[in-house]
Design a protein around this ligand. Sequence first.
Ligand code: GLA
Length: 701
Amino acid sequence: MSAEDQQQPRPSWQLMTATTQYQVSMAPEANGLVLDHWGPPAAAFPWTPPSQYHFQTPADVAPLEYSALGTKQTHGAELIIETEDGRIGARMSMTGSPELVDDGRIARLSTTLINETGQVSVTAVTETCRDHDVVRRWVIIRNVSDVGTVRLTRAFSAGWPLPIGPGARLGCLAGAWCQEFTPNTVQLPAGEFSIGSRQGVTSHTYAPVLVLSAIDPGPSTAAYGVALAWSGSWRMLADAVPAADHVRVAGGLEDETLEITLDPGESFSTPEMLGTFSTDGPEGVARNWHRYQRDVLARDVGPHHRPIVYNSWYATGFDVTVDHQARLAGAAADLGAEVFVLDDGWFRERNDDHAGLGDWTPDPIKFPDGLGPLITAVSQQGMRFGLWIEPESVNPDSDLFRRHPDWVYHIGARPLVTVRNQYVLDLGRPDVWDWMAATLREVLADHRISYLKWDMNRPISDGGRSEDRHGREWSVQHTRGYYRLLQLLRTEFPHVTVEACSAGGGRIDNAVLGLCDVVWASDETGPRDRLAIQHGYLSAYPAHAMSSWVTDEPDQLDPEPASFEFRFVTAMAGVLGIGSDLLQWDDDRRLRAGEMIDLYRSVRSVIHTGTVARHGEPADAWYAVEYATDQTVVILTYARASRPDHVVIVPRLVDPGVSYRIRGRETTISGTAARVRGVEVYFELAPDADVVIMDVVASAP
Ligand code: GLA
């Protein structure tokens, strides 16, 4: 590039979100877009290339948003293309100018690049909306030639050169079964940090979410959040290139085993990668996510699709009988439950986890007249009826497997691996998908079934059909098959509420949040553990979808005692449900539970639609979660045995312009005073839990 070229003003494009500006310009070499600015609205200039390159190529130095190996020569790239002539990589260049369509609310920028032979085109799309602060990105890769196959051994969704370097402070959510969403922070002065799933599902191990800020932020409280809207195998990475002022964050489909084959004329669209910026650090990032998930992803946030559930799993396990379930349903209705969900154990031969998965008809011994009598009993109690199902799995001991042993994921004659005594059905096969769709239609034929807990209890192994040209896309096919089934439910059974579950929180992400109503964050219901899991969950995912149940003590994993009320206040932090054996409760306990459910009902719209702030950590002497709408602020407070007599919480979400009355107290307090002096919590509800509710009474004088 000549000095003269460098002085030419390069065109740039601005896309606005609710409170931020996202600006890109054409890279000096016209080999992609570079990120100029992402933050509060500002007069930003196109990125300036250095005057000299020391032992680097321009493409490796530029903060390119999306590039292929071969365009970048030595640094990480988002796309790896192999063509039939044995070439690896592609030298991409822009075809014409990016196209910006902006209707004043939604702005979409599409940029098309083409490789040096003209065989592969890549259209990178960036979309923003002025209603929220999330930037959505994806790419469409096309084989535009008439001859020759193209293989993609990496097809990430996006890359973001974030201006926080050198180095980054990274927050991620890691875990395992019953320990999902454990927050971790890593300082990355240099090097690559990578998280992902090879499990065919989102996984308990890592959530596809990162929060990033500068290692040495100075006075800045800025943070970026990046997330994948994907429920299959995936990878996200942060690359802190030494001496660079940006950190490259990239991600998309898992790139160890995946290979996408594009025959002439074929194209592939990646999943979406989402990003957000906040001047309020990780808490602001969490709020941006919540707003997007509530306003854009959820079909609604009213109580109908997030009802108070009674689920019988923790009470009865596989031992379900019509009579016993009907009695539980009666007790649940008396308390105020709105749906009765019959969990595992209702279908043929399902007396433990060794048999039955795949044979989705009621067990004739347990339900001699089908599910009808129980559904009637539940309906007569004024509750909706729900059912557990795990359509993607099959036990070796099932009629389905005996009929179709070839339907499960397998690699040739390699011995199959069971997890929880089950295999996974290959949802990439059209016959399997058709069977699953037919099964769902059959199960839901009784329209009184209006709630489905869709489970998936094992990671997928042995994926990949060697005889199929597209066999190495199995994880993509499986995930898209799952989405199409969820869409079928939305279209054909819109009255059915769907709760996503995967051995607890193994498949929770921004795609599932768009297709399911609530998610089961963990199988761990021990209240202290649960609180920790919910604390992590709320840093990336919303309260309106967080299903949480009160269950009986003792918990298998969490020995720390907690009051009955503590359990309710924990479950209240999202979508409250009950899983206890209600027939063992005495009258006092039922009365108290009824009161707690009434309390939850009085605040649930605030919890499901309000802004969230978390105070401290669940392991502290006290911890609180605050929710606020324009009219009400709710503070759920939790304490350990070591707590002081009372605690003073300084609410962060009160409006300084108004006054509040605290329910149950005589006095009012202005928002300003609350922000300065704080609000006392006296633990009147229980020694270890309390709920403070502040209603707006007037504009502050
Ligand atoms: C998984 C789920 C549980 C329960 C069982 C039933 O573990 O996470 O909630 O439904 O399966 O087998």
